[in-house]
Design a protein. Structure first.
Lengths: 319, 319
């Protein structure tokens, strides 16, 4: 939630010379996205978001993200469309950093999603996976199970400082996940970070999905597991089963889960909670105490892990 | 350049219930303004900026700012118009803080103003003063000469750390300013912080003036002195006399300076530089080293003070 790159009027005008969008009419840094800098840009041809990729973005990954957004937008899924410059390429550079201009999407992000929004989100996720069924690019999920031991190494004391005894529970989770992680499930391109603040709603309908910069190739049901974690928990690790049912039912109106995907939901949910617990733990340790951008609390996901540890079946998630 | 207040979709919807603007279609925190939080708001009736006043804003001052913006907009000066809620009052509260919705202004802020932009700005400042000629509210300038000794007290070592010998030069400036500050000049409502980043330009014309939260009642020519400091210096305290002439000439196409205002320009410029040097010195000391919002460098204004110390006459500024 910050603007890391400073772009002045002259630099912007020179950058826009490569496009057919006309001159800038308004330009404002916006507090959206944690990893990159985002700017609202208005020109005579419309409104756009200019994203400047900061140091955590890998340049070689960017064509995958651009391709995915373009593929979705071409199928009328409400994703931002990367706007090509006059040379046909949507990826350019500004201030020595990669940058892309995308179309602007209207809508409001829900802070506490309603039951209806959970159902709508599930349906949108189904459409998302179906729309990407013929998307041919691949990008490994570098925050999946093989990355977790590295993220976790040496952080037991930090975990216990958050909640005494947490470290040994996480050790147990890690062993269980390693022993039971599914070997083969229907896969494809997934969003992998479809939190409420990466969605927009208008009049109760999903009007936009943004922030594709964790998107990758993985099990489709893992994407559903990320959403069950992000959309269906109340405070203190309490799972809202009604919301879970609505989200899964919404998904299945578009794409039926296979029996092996249903069976895998509990472990996938546990793994998804582990992924966000670990990256938040790492981010917390890396953030100065007085930083303006407050890191997410890893405990939210430690509490979700607690629920997943007890869950016995797909029915516990509403499947 | 930050968003200090977190406003979720439910809170915003409840806040907008008091207005006749319709439901929110988009809402984004923007990196504009250092003192307050600003959000871009879109509804079916148009685009707006929601400003939430943070702790440095004094509630009793807000009606002055609202009145001034409304007065200017009513005279077709391109200032944001505070939008009244259904009860007729543009000032409301959100999250327990005062807040106002203003109309959105298009345009780009110049980083390095051109000669033409300096002339245009001078003319706009003249129109600004004339438009406010019948504005009857008053607010003392709490960052004028009587405030400077307090801001300066105990900061000699900080100044010398920036530039050896600076403290004694500032002491000399303070004595000179105290002995020579004008007692009476044409006065009225002034902007008092009309820096390039508080202006918008479109097609070479000034399209907007924003950030009225230092506005106050003071000598009109002091406002001109602030602008000469903010618009007409190159790097390292080099005054661009051509830009100074253009700015003053632009101003005088709308409002002629009286002879006593012209004579006072050198000391007013020196005082204006002192004001920004001191507040930047204070802000620098108050900002943690690793803060995301980088404070302005006080040395820029120490260097301008160096120019003002040598200046002999209004001609040195282009008058």
């Amino acid at each position: 939630m910050a603007v890391y790159t400073d772009i002045d009027d002259t630099t912007l005008a020179a950058f826009l010379d490569a496009y057919d969008l006309g001159p800038p009419l308004a330009f404002k840094g916006i507090a959206e996205g944690v990893e990159n800098s985002n700017f609202l840009l208005e020109t005579p041809s419309g409104r756009y978001i200019l994203t400047v990729f900061e140091k955590r973005a890998k340049r070689e990954d960017l064509p995958f993200f651009m391709g995915m957004m373009g593929h979705l937008a071409a199928k009328d899924f409400p994703a931002p469309l990367p706007v090509p410059a006059r040379d046909g390429n949507p990826l350019r550079e500004i201030q020595g950093k990669p940058a892309v201009i995308c179309t602007f999407l209207q809508g409001m992000s829900p802070r506490r999603p309603s039951l209806e929004q959970c159902r709508e989100l599930g349906q949108a996720l189904g459409r998302f996976h179906v729309a990407l069924g013929d998307f041919r690019m691949r990008r490994p999920n570098d925050l999946s199970i093989s990355a977790w031991p590295t993220l976790w190494a040496g952080r037991a004391a930090e975990a216990d400082a958050l909640s005494p005894g947490l470290a040994s529970q996480v050790d147990g989770d890690m062993e269980f996940l390693k022993a039971n992680w599914p070997k083969a499930l229907p896969g494809g391109a997934i969003h992998a970070d479809l939190f409420p603040d990466n969605t927009f709603f208008l009049d109760g309908k999903l009007s936009g999905v943004i922030d594709f910069y964790f998107a990758c190739s993985d099990f489709l049901a893992y994407d559903l597991a990320v959403c069950l974690n992000a959309w269906c928990f109340e405070r203190r690790g309490e799972f809202n089963l009604t919301k879970g049912r609505a989200l899964i039912a919404g998904y299945e109106t578009v794409r039926r889960l296979e029996p092996r995907e249903r069976s895998a939901l509990p472990i996938l949910c546990r793994g998804a909670a582990m992924r966000f617990f670990l990256t938040r733990l790492v981010d917390l340790a890396a953030t100065p105490k007085d930083a303006l951008v407050k890191p997410h609390n890893p405990l939210d996901y430690a509490e979700r892990l607690g629920f997943h540890r007890q869950a016995k079946s797909p029915e516990d998630y509403g499947a």
